[in-house]
Design a protein around this ligand. Structure first.
Ligand SMILES: [Zn+2]
Length: 436
């Protein structure tokens, strides 16, 4: 067992429904075999466990591990391709890079870069948009397994409109997906996600094969894109006889509480009602929405409709892995929406980056907060002495204020330690892939 001593911030209840930031300045967390078995003031916990080693993390703050609900593994090397709207960005930046993942050796290198990016940012759980090639998806699962990250991912499938080498057939998609799930789903911290790229590049038959795969892989997740860009939405409507974008998935039985759709920047009220009724979550990806000019996310309408929302970095249209940046950009977007926006506090930003993601991924009982019974997935925010975040933390007026400073100023470089299931996998610039 290890007794962690730290200033701990987390959000056990949603600030969207009255929850508040939980702040314990000198907190003890007793961790046994990766699970938090006791929590309380250090001065109370220490006498009860006098012989356990203490890890003193009181400089800086300890947060739950970040949960990224939408991030593309093949796109790590093209982050920062600015200046294009969605469909042009796909053609000119993303898809040429995604075609290179046909080469498994290349895919292994990309998977390594990608996982390092997640770990650097303190992301311990992720719903990862995979690749169009089964060998590359194997490489992604292998890399996540080596590092011990909690990753849900799968084969990305499309059967129209994309470059030829990225296309499959409904039958081949089902067979390869089931084979991948057979190798990885439920192994360690890994799970399978059925992943048509988006309805734009998926025929009816492909979406139906996705439904078959979901039926064949109990507990699998479903993920795709929806309502990202107005031009894209018009194209989807014309391909599906005017069907609403959300309905293209829903009519084929693909929307359940184990489904996560990215973006949803331009939903109709009826689509929001459908998402709420199905329990499907939305991955809000604010830097991507801004970079591609997709629009300002209508968070208030989602919350009022009862749709679950979490954060995604959407690398590589998003501008990096850090959910601090995504949280800040989510805050900016709501500010810019004026009266239609939803004012966000730092507690909202932490909730969206951690517990909301855990909830969206069906893992609220395991991760997302640092409570007794949960896995010890945590990050230690430890800025360099003298830098503006360190100065801000030292002079914060309250815990909420300190957390605001973390989101306003924090970067991956400020993540001084990362634990998953009690295993430390990073400290400062040190990284430790776990070997099987
Ligand atoms: Zn995406």
């Amino acid at each position: 067992m290890t007794l962690f001593r730290a200033s701990v911030l987390d959000t056990p209840a949603s600030p969207f429904t009255g929850g508040r930031l939980r702040s314990d300045e000198d907190c003890g967390l007793l961790v046994e075999q990766g699970v938090i078995v006791a929590r309380g003031p250090f001065e109370t916990l220490r006498p009860a466990h006098p012989d356990e080693p203490v890890l003193d993390l009181r400089e800086g703050v300890l947060l739950p591990g970040m949960v990224d609900t939408h991030v593309h593994f093949p796109q790590v090397r093209i982050i920062g391709g600015l200046g294009l709207p969605l469909l042009d960005w796909l053609d000119q930046c993303a898809l040429p890079e995604e075609m290179r993942l046909a080469d498994v050796d290349h895919a292994r290198g990309v998977a390594h870069d990608f996982v390092a990016g997640l770990v650097d940012a303190g992301t311990t759980t992720a719903l990862v948009f995979g690749a169009h090639f089964a060998g590359a998806v194997d490489a992604m699962f292998e890399a996540a397994d080596q590092w011990g990250l909690r990753v849900t991912t799968g084969l990305v499938t499309s059967d129209r409109l994309l470059p030829e080498s990225l296309l499959t057939t409904p039958e081949r998609a089902r067979v390869e997906s089931c084979e991948l799930a057979g190798r990885w789903h439920g192994k360690g911290r890994l799970r399978y996600a059925v992943t048509p790229r988006f309805s734009l590049s998926a025929s009816d038959a492909l979406l139906e094969s996705c439904a078959q795969t979901l039926a064949e892989v109990p507990g699998a997740f479903f993920t795709s894109h929806v309502n990202e860009n107005v031009h894209e939405i018009r194209e989807v409507a014309s391909l599906f006889d005017g069907e609403a974008y959300v309905d293209t998935y829903d009519r084929r039985g693909l929307l359940t509480p184990r489904s996560v759709l990215a973006h949803d920047v331009h939903p109709t009220d009826r689509e929001l009602a459908t998402l709420a009724a199905r329990g499907t979550a939305v991955a809000h990806c604010p830097t991507s929405n801004a970079a591609l000019g997709s629009g300002l996310f209508p968070l208030r309408r989602h919350v009022e409709a009862g749709v679950r929302v979490a954060l995604g970095s959407d690398v590589g249209a998003g501008t990096g892995f850090s959910l601090f940046k995504e949280g800040l950009q989510a805050y900016f977007a709501q500010q810019l929406l004026g009266e239609q926006g939803m004012p966000l506090t730092s507690a909202h930003l932490l909730w969206l980056s951690t517990a909301a993601g855990a909830d969206a991924l069906g893992m609220a009982d395991e991760v997302g907060v640092l409570s007794v019974g949960r896995q010890f997935d945590a990050i230690w925010v430890l800025p360099e002495p003298g830098d503006p975040l360190a100065v801000g933390l030292a002079n914060a007026a309250s815990a909420d204020d300190a957390l605001s400073k973390v989101f306003a100023l924090g970067t991956s470089s400020d993540v001084g330690g990362v634990w998953v299931g009690g295993d430390q996998i990073a400290a400062g610039r040190w990284r430790r892939p776990r070997h099987r």
